[in-house]
Write a protein that binds this ligand. Structure first.
Ligand code: G3P
Length: 218
């Protein structure tokens, strides 16, 4: 499973990238606004920091303007994945950009039907929002299961399932069990993946017992 970091905070991306576990980055207009940075500049900086796909989302809602914006974003760096919303105009833009060889991440996916459309439109990634479905009392992981099941029926399909709106490690582990290709997560969730109380307890005991030997490796 590939791990993407879901943030536009360069300092957080830099820190996460040092773990060697970061395969890409996703941003969205809300994350860009939160960063307080110039959109094009921060995307360029992130693309230089992480060699994997960096999602940068169009902000228009009409095809003509989305396509112009998408082409401009794609020129920032080779590893830009243009993000488009799952709308008619968004998928028309996806189809056009994909034909030009641009990576496209179709976002704001909340149904298997939408995921089918995105795959037919040539999306590189489909982003089902598992957390936002949980937020309204439905089980977002059921959508991941449905999409993975459907995509598996068509081996020639190139669209990767990019699990988004991740709230905690269970979303990641359960999605991995289903064969989802990517999970994009807040930096804090990546850190949570490391944590287990028995690891901490065991290491403390190893350290204490080693200290008793009075030895040093170096
Ligand atoms: O960036 C796309 C997605 O991961 C956003 O998730 O629900 O935390 O805003 P959310």
């Amino acid at each position: 499973m590939k791990f993407f970091i879901d943030t536009a905070e360069v300092s957080e991306i830099r820190e996460a990238a040092m773990t060697g576990l970061v395969d890409g980055v996703t941003t969205n207009p809300s994350l860009i606004a939160k960063s307080g940075r110039n959109f094009l500049e921060v995307v360029a900086e992130i693309c230089a920091l992480v060699p994997g796909p960096v999602s940068a989302e169009v902000t228009a809602n009409d095809f003509d303007t989305m396509l112009k914006e998408g082409r401009k974003l794609a020129k920032i760096a080779k590893n830009v994945a243009v993000k488009v919303p799952l709308t008619v105009d968004g998928l028309k833009t996806c189809y056009a950009l994909a034909k030009e060889g641009t990576q496209v991440n179709v976002t704001l996916c909340f149904s298997a039907a939408q995921a089918l459309l995105a795959a037919k439109a040539g999306a590189t990634f489909i982003s089902p929002f598992v957390g936002r479905l949980d937020d309204i009392g439905t089980n977002g992981l059921n959508l991941i299961a449905d999409i993975c099941t459907i995509y598996r029926q068509y081996p020639n399909l190139k669209t990767e399932v990019l699990v988004a709106s991740v709230r905690h490690p269970v979303h990641i582990v359960e999605s991995a069990k289903m064969g989802a290709h990517v999970a994009t997560m807040p930096p804090a969730t990546l850190k949570q993946l490391f944590n287990h109380p028995l690891t901490d307890k065991g290491l403390a005991q190893f350290n204490a017992d080693w200290k008793k030997t009075g030895q040093s490796i170096l």
